[in-house]
Design a protein around this ligand. Structure first.
Ligand code: FAD
Length: 268
């Protein structure tokens, strides 16, 4: 291992000061992505600023008819939290289906969306539900936060502090798992917010995106079964050893339909 500083500040203000003083410093949350990246020498920060235990990032509370989840909450905590389970059952289920027990007990929602892995689960929920991302500097709409594969609108020294979700009873996340990692080969988060349908797809390869044509089709009252005919751009998908772009597109259509049927109570 190369020379690397490590600090565990006691407050968010101290953490931000450390990050702002040093351009090469990087926040460490659950370490479930960052540690393997460091081990593979794909990044070389000067120091890690451990933000995983900061009280300011570790709360879940109801706000304005929705829920605010602190960036430091682990996937297991989100999955088990009574407020999330009551107001956003689909989000609790998504968190409970991430990786394995170690990933769920260490990995955090803030780390997941800041990393924006094209196969990660949370970004699809954030985008489909129109959640807002709170940082130490500003509040960003989901659409403005995600900026393509492994990219976000975060500036150097800026960290995610919380994510604000609207409550939504009609939502469902389904993923077709990579059986080894349990990342999404393709994942679909479907939601209905009032009369508006929202469908976000992850795992395509280029980063999370919304299937607008399907949303508009459903908003016009179309039948779930007619979704097959709705265009879904192949350019949103890439191929790799796990599946071709065409295969991923096909899976996306199939699980979108299943997610919508589950939402409508037609599938259990
Ligand atoms: C085997 C395996 C299986 C997995 N399966 C899944 C899966 O099924 N679904 C899924 O969604 N994910 C999966 N993951 C990813 C997992 O959810 C990680 O927890 C997540 O990607 C990163 O969260 P973390 O808290 O560990 O972040 P870290 O690894 O600590 O950090 C990741 C990146 O985000 C930055 N960062 C961390 N916190 C913040 C913050 N608050 N603000 C700004 N930047 C921050 C770090 O500097 C780093 O660049 C899997 C990972 C592994 C190794």
């Amino acid at each position: 291992m190369y020379d690397l500083g490590y600090s565990r500040p006691a407050t968010l203000a101290e953490a931000l000061e450390l990050l702002q003083q040093d351009d090469m410093a990087q926040p460490l949350s659950g370490g479930q992505t960052l540690m393997p990246v460091l081990r593979a020498r794909l990044a070389a920060p000067s120091q890690l600023v451990d933000i995983a235990r900061l009280d300011e990032l570790r709360q879940i509370r109801p706000i304005d008819g929705g829920i605010e989840i602190g960036a430091g909450m682990t996937h297991a905590e989100v999955a088990a939290h009574p407020v999330v389970r009551a107001a956003l059952t689909a989000l609790a289920a998504l968190a409970g289906g991430i990786g394995d027990a170690q990933i769920r007990h260490r990995g955090t929602i803030g780390g997941s969306i800041a990393n924006n892995d094209p196969a990660a689960c949370y970004p699809s929920a954030v985008l489909a539900l129109g959640a807002r991302v709170q940082t130490n500097l500003r509040i960003l709409d989901a659409e403005a936060f995600f900026a393509g594969m492994f990219a976000t609108a975060l500036e150097p020294g800026e960290i995610v502090t919380a994510v604000r979700f609207p409550a939504c009873a009609e939502a469902c996340y389904l993923k077709f798992r990579n059986p080894a990692s349990r990342f999404a080969l393709v994942g679909v988060f479907a939601a209905r917010l009032g009369s508006e349908h929202r469908i976000a797809i992850t795992g395509g390869g280029n980063g999370v995106f919304r299937w607008h044509a399907a949303e508009q089709h459903l908003d016009r009252g179309a039948d779930i079964d007619s979704l097959d005919a709705v265009p879904l751009d192949l350019a949103n998908f890439t191929g790799d050893i796990h599946g071709s772009a065409e295969y991923r597109l096909h899976i996306a259509k199939v699980i979108t339909r299943r997610a919508l049927m589950q939402m409508a109570g037609q599938l259990t």
